[in-house]
Design a protein around this ligand. Structure first.
Ligand SMILES: *Cc1c(COP(=O)(O)O)cnc(C)c1O
Length: 382
């Protein structure tokens, strides 16, 4: 199998000491040994979410936790304001609609920064009847962050709505203290900032959201959060636990705690800054007006077909990054900053993109020199 350099915004490269755990012999989930792991990991994850509430684990990809948020809190006819700045917001809106929500959509251009004044106007208009506001913390398809803390304060000022945040490419790589910011639902996934394979997702509810959950009548089976919460109190999951993922998560949390979460966040920021500098030196531009530290979207010159360049990087250079989806198809490249990424990986990527652009484009040809910026980067996983 070819060993690809994985520089996509999820899945991301997994640190070696975590990969070793994935090779270990299986352990049954109903054993005292696993229950100890579960107990340790659930407590540590509550710290990562910065919440006093339990963090619930589903054996699913991130979209499962998004669906869980909806089936546990939304009922047919509920008014839900959806902040739509890209593909993942579209997905959450669709899930809400399938379960009968009355969605009010605020469509932002992909990459546009969210204007808090306009947001407040919308809340003035719709606030009283809103059951929930749905937003990404980082919209991965446009590499754009939203100002979650002030948004949360405005929602509280104008409504009684639950603020539901998809933090799948935010939790871990940027501050997202759930209780302090008054977030009602935070959703995360294993294969992005948390550096694991795809397969675990996480969801935490505020006290207010748990009250809503208890009264919720939407049919649900696998994603019943109350049932999972009770199992978790006994250091179990209701269904079979993804034991390898839990143990690998334990290792990731140990690894990051040794260096501090701020070091991991700084590392994402340094890789972002390096990528921004590369973009500037190439005479290119970013898609986003509110760029994320977990992923960067590079706007390509008009004569370049993004998918062709992306495929070339993969087949000729063994580097996997992502192109654009939907309206950004062929127009952007997306580079991830999460996971066990080394300076050399970034240097090879930049050199490869520069070479690819030279082949594909009449664009001004410049040789990037980004090594000096990368020197700042603390090498936290080496
Ligand atoms: C990746 C991602 C998702 C979907 O997660 P899956 O694990 O692919 O289901 C949802 N929201 C955001 C912001 C993401 O980056």
């Amino acid at each position: 199998m070819t060993n690809y350099k994985l520089l996509a915004p999820g899945p991301v490269p997994i640190p070696l000491e975590v990969r070793k755990i994935l090779e270990e012999a299986p352990l049954h989930h109903r054993t005292p040994e696993f229950e100890k792991t579960l107990s340790r990991v659930k407590n540590k994850m509550a710290k990562v979410f910065a919440t006093k509430q339990p963090v619930i684990f589903h054996t699913s990809c991130g979209s499962g936790a998004m669906e869980s948020a909806i089936v546990n809190l939304i009922e047919p006819g509920d008014h839900v304001l959806c902040i739509i700045g890209g593909k993942f917001a579209e997905r959450w809106k669709e899930i809400a609609q399938i379960y009968g929500a009355h969605t009010i959509e605020w469509n932002l251009a992909w990459g546009e920064a969210l204007d808090l004044k306009k947001f407040e106007e919308l809340l003035r208009q719709h606030g009283p009847q809103l059951k929930a506001v749905l937003s990404q913390a980082c919209e991965t398809s446009s590499a754009t962050v939203f100002p979650i803390e002030p948004m949360s304060a405005l929602i509280k000022k104008h409504s009684n709505a639950l603020f539901m945040v998809d933090a799948i490419t935010a939790l871990g790589c940027m501050p997202m203290p759930m209780d302090q910011w008054g977030l009602d639902v935070v959703v995360a996934g294993s294969q992005k900032a948390l550096m694991l394979p795809t397969g675990l997702s996480f969801i935490a509810l505020s006290e207010k959201a748990w009250d809503v959950q208890k009264k919720n009548k939407t049919p649900k089976f696998y994603f019943d959060l109350d049932r999972e919460r009770k199992a978790l109190e006994k250091n179990q999951t209701y269904f079979s636990s993804a034991v390898h993922h839990w143990r690998a998560l334990d290792a990731v949390l140990n690894l990051v705690e040794r260096k501090g979460w701020s070091a991991l966040q700084k590392r994402c920021e340094v890789l972002m800054k390096a990528t921004h500098e590369f973009v500037k030196q190439m005479g290119l531009e970013l898609l986003s007006k509110a760029p994320s530290s977990s992923v960067t979207a590079i706007l390509l010159p008009k004569d370049v077909k993004g998918e062709k360049l992306r495929d070339w990087l993969e087949s000729e250079k063994n580097i996997t990054i992502m192109g654009g989806q939907d309206q950004c198809k062929d127009k952007i490249l997306r580079v991830g900053h999460m996971g066990d990424i080394h300076d050399e990986d970034m240097i090879q990527l930049f050199a490869a993109i520069a070479e690819g652009l030279k082949r594909e484009s009449q664009w001004r040809k410049t040789e990037p020199s980004i090594k000096k910026i990368l020197k700042e980067a603390p090498r936290i996983f080496e």
